[in-house]
Design a protein around this ligand. Structure first.
Ligand code: ZN
Length: 445
């Protein structure tokens, strides 16, 4: 079809020297293009064929770019960008109890969350993340920021025993979180999940209630689990069983559970979570920085678990760059398994995309470049001398992560990053707002 009038219409045609669809696995397609219509992927194929077939409204050719699905950051506390650097060199419990919780009690309000989440959105978008899971106070404000910036979010609304800055107690957590679910029911950008902080901060009665409600209304459950050895030892001392065993008794080990961290697992526990379809969210930088441990991803994957990647909050990382997280996941898997072929580049790219989509129950819509899926795409471009030469595309993207820039980012076919610039965030205002909040944080340190 060479005559323009006989060509098919599409909103956007994106072509690049390389396309990594993620599904099918381990494929790098040269000189390919994606046609997008009404926010969805209408066609994927050789660029010359799609150019001949389609008359797009907008045509973007990304010279030296690598097209990938939008990255899915499966665990974050976005507004904690404002606490970046506020608790350096502390182990988990001291970092959390002595540093972070008192600061949050003193500082966190709607403005803090709005500004911190906008800063996180700017950082995530410019590093290729299009969807994130957030577990933080004032999730209704996080939803507003996601809608304003065009990102997708899973709001794991916080559930804690006792009062916090968002709710007077556990009952109000449920009440406000379920109201949020009603507000965004059916929304393609905002998904709501239960976010019990951890088994040691949520009592058994509330965990049982979460199980009942999550099955009744079919929502995900997102939790910190087996983050470090001290937490598991405490569980054994107090309850005579680990938290994984306790959740198994309650019935919460099921395909709706997104278990974050999982650095301390016995062989039996690996088999138990795999047999029950639990999704694992691996946060390598946070686990390393807090000296928590290493999630046994190779063994979990071999047992059949789906694995997603998360950055955790910026206060324990300190960045929200998921591609760099994928690189570290690969390196850790190799050294942990004692095999250089463990954690290969494709496997960790799949964790950062389709694995995340699967954990959120959205693998039919997100996580790979396939016809019919929503058009969430990133064009990474290599920058600097370290990116040359390009001999192994997937390996270069993952292991050269620091040299790759998200030059264009689309969510549902809308450009949220164009030529490296954010289209939905006023960055000058953001810098002013962040500085104002930073003064409050400095005053509380
Ligand atoms: Zn976390």
């Amino acid at each position: 079809m060479s005559d323009r009038s006989s060509k098919r219409a599409c909103d956007l045609l994106v072509e690049a020297p390389w396309l990594l669809p993620v599904a099918p696995q381990n494929v790098a397609l040269p000189d390919h293009a994606v046609a997008i219509l009404n926010g969805r992927i209408a066609a994927v194929g050789p660029a010359s064929e799609l150019r001949a077939d389609y008359a797009p409204q907008e045509h973007v050719r990304v010279d030296d770019g690598i097209l990938t699905p939008g990255l899915v950051n499966a665990h974050c506390h976005a507004a904690m960008t404002l606490l970046r650097g506020a608790g350096e060199d502390l182990p988990l419990q001291a970092w959390l109890q002595d540093r972070i919780w008192p600061l949050e009690a003193a500082l966190v309000d709607e403005d803090f969350v709005r500004i911190g989440t906008t800063l996180a959105a700017a950082e995530m978008l410019t590093s290729g993340t299009t969807t994130f899971t957030d577990m933080y106070f004032f999730p209704e404000i996080v939803a507003e920021v996601a809608c304003r910036t065009g990102m997708r979010v899973q709001l794991a609304f916080p559930i804690f025993n006792g009062a916090n800055v968002w709710a007077s107690g556990v009952d109000e957590c449920f009440h406000k979180g379920l109201a949020l679910h009603d507000d965004y029911r059916g929304d393609s950008h905002v998904l709501v999940a239960f976010g019990p902080h951890a088994p040691y901060t949520v009592d058994q009665k509330s965990l049982e209630k979460i199980l009942m409600l999550s099955q009744e209304i079919n929502l995900g459950v997102h939790i910190h689990l087996h983050e470090n050895a001290a937490e598991v030892a405490e569980a054994r001392a107090q309850h005579g069983q680990t938290w994984v065993e306790r959740l198994a008794d309650i019935g919460l080990l099921n395909p709706q559970l997104q278990a974050t961290h999982m650095t301390q697992l016995t062989r039996q526990e690996i088999d138990l979570v795999a047999a029950n379809g639990v999704h694992i969210v691996h946060c390598p930088h946070s686990n390393l920085k807090l000296a928590s441990g290493i999630c046994p991803t190779t063994e979990l994957a071999a047992a059949g678990c789906n694995i997603a990647l998360g950055t955790d909050g910026a206060s324990s990382n300190n960045t929200l760059n998921l591609l760099q997280e994928a690189r570290t996941a690969s390196l850790l898997a190799k050294v942990q398994a004692g095999r250089a072929d463990a954690g290969n580049a494709h496997d960790v790219l799949a964790m950062a995309t389709l694995g995340g989509a699967r954990a959120l129950g959205r693998e039919d819509e997100l996580g790979s470049i396939e016809v019919g899926k929503r058009a969430d795409l990133v064009a990474f471009t290599p920058t600097g001398f370290a990116a040359q030469p390009l001999l192994d595309v997937i390996g270069s993207l993952i292991h050269g992560a620091p040299t790759h820039q998200a030059r264009h980012v689309w969510v549902e076919g809308h450009a949220l990053v164009r030529d490296g610039s954010l289209t939905t965030i006023d960055t000058q205002k953001l810098h002013r707002d962040v500085e104002q909040q930073a003064q409050r944080v400095r005053g509380a340190l």
